[in-house]
Design a protein around this ligand. Structure first.
Ligand SMILES: [Zn+2]
Ligand SMILES: [Zn+2]
Length: 213
């Protein structure tokens, strides 16, 4: 399979080519094939869940054209160079991860490369997909329709009042809560918050106001 054009596309987004982008390109191609779909897959047919952000994602995006903006690329940050490819129509979901010894094996496929980095860069491109990745059929939690949700649904959190879209609210003790208020927050507020220290000095604001008057 001609991976060169995808590597070029990925590198153009990324300003360099690195082994993780090669893994992303190879994994996307292998994942789409494992689902029995063509490359590129039919529009709105594929959902990709990446288990890390960074260079690897650019490789995935180069092949799949899935993006966060189109809601067909999700990042669940486990810090793993792994991804699940989902056929939205059949709900078949296959998770791919690098074989444990993929780094070492890459050297065998690029014996002319003395450095580990370049051996991986070249070797990952040459290795057969079955030697490079593990393939596992999985069941998604939550399922595809919950992940995709429906447009136009909005509720407000009973605690913080902020709006929640895509049915991401949680029901807790009879209350509709956002995930943050339900105890799943990735942040904690810093108190007390002196707003004046967060924004531009009031003197600057005065100048801007005068200018606009
Ligand atoms: Zn990189
Ligand atoms: Zn809330």
């Amino acid at each position: 399979m001609d991976i060169e054009k995808y590597l070029q596309l990925s590198a153009a987004q990324h300003s360099h080519l690195c082994p993780r982008q090669v893994l992303g390109v190879r994994m996307a191609l292998a994942g789409i094939q494992a689902l029995g779909l063509d490359v590129p897959p039919p529009r709105r047919r594929l959902l990709v869940i990446s288990e890390t952000d960074g260079c690897f994602c650019d490789g995935l995006i180069a092949v799949t054209a899935c993006t966060v903006g189109h809601r067909n690329l999700r990042v669940v940050d486990y810090g793993k160079v792994a991804a699940t490819f989902v056929d939205v129509e059949t709900e078949l979901a296959i998770r791919l991860a690098p074989q444990r010894d993929a780094r070492q094996r890459a050297h065998r496929y690029a014996p002319e490369e003395p450095k580990a980095y370049s051996a991986q860069l070249i070797g990952y491109g040459r290795m057969p997909a079955e030697e490079l990745f593990t393939f596992q059929e999985i069941q998604l939690h939550p399922n595809v329709s919950t992940l995709l949700s429906r447009p136009g649904i909005r509720v407000n959190c009973d605690r913080c009042g902020e709006e929640i879209i895509n049915e991401r609210q949680v029901l807790l003790a009879g209350k509709v809560l956002c995930r943050a208020c339900a105890g799943e927050a990735y942040y904690a507020p810093v108190e007390p918050v002196a707003l004046s220290t967060l924004f531009v000095p009031s003197q600057t604001l005065t100048v801007v106001n005068n200018g606009g008057a």
